[in-house]
Design a protein around this ligand. Sequence first.
Ligand code: KIV
Length: 284
Amino acid sequence: MNRVKNINDFQKLKDNNEKIAMLTAYDYSTAKALDEAEIDGILVGDSLAMVALGYDNTYNITIDEMIIFIQAVSRGAKNSFIIGDMPFMSYNLSLEQGLENASRMISAGANAVKLEGCNEHILTLVKRCAESGIPVLAHLGLTPQLLNTLGGYKIQGKTAEQAEYILECAKKLEQAGAFAVVLELLPAESAEYITRNLKIPTIGIGAGVNCDGQIVVTDDILGKFTDFAPKFVKKFANLHDVVLDGVRKYTQEVKNLEFPSKKESFELTENEKEKLCVKGVCND
Ligand code: KIV
């Protein structure tokens, strides 16, 4: 399979039984690395409120702030499919508000937007976005923007009734025009059942191996964000320790006059030096 360029390529991956690998990015250099690694999709997630800005949850990030991060990611990931996460209350007030903010994300460089939930308003908004040329990635299960009404970070879809309810929601979103759906924090069995019964791909996060794809927060799997680690996070690197080690070595070298050495300094020719010294700049 070549690079994922559009929503049809996500569908092709599901139809060909190939897994979809997605990650988050919030900045230019991370986006550039993900792009180079040929990731299938990059989400500029509202998780950046916690991971990049240090808030306790995702409630405090605004659409204006998200736009800045989407612009940075789109400058770094020129060949990747980028999804902008619509932040809390940026699409819930009215269809006009949702459409306008979704279109701002596309203008900022996103190829699609992500919305949480499946009430009547969301379903209509997904339909209107799709009809207007804005692809939508849906998000069900644990939806962090509804944390207060869900009563915390709890596993969703644990009973047959709950799994059925999430499947019904996912089918309505599919019908409305969503191109894929994120399933967050579900037992693997429920996520597999939903995946089997949907045409569009499911992208799991803490939802087992049988979703059509996976997404996680890059800073979590690379060990850069260390405030907490959910059970579903596997560490593929330990960037926190790499950063700590590098910063400590730098500090020591600065204090010991080892950095910058001649190699990192700009030197004058003898002739240039003489001229500079005549002007009294030299120390000797
Ligand atoms: O904000 C986020 O990063 C997400 C996840 C699905 C990774 O919504």
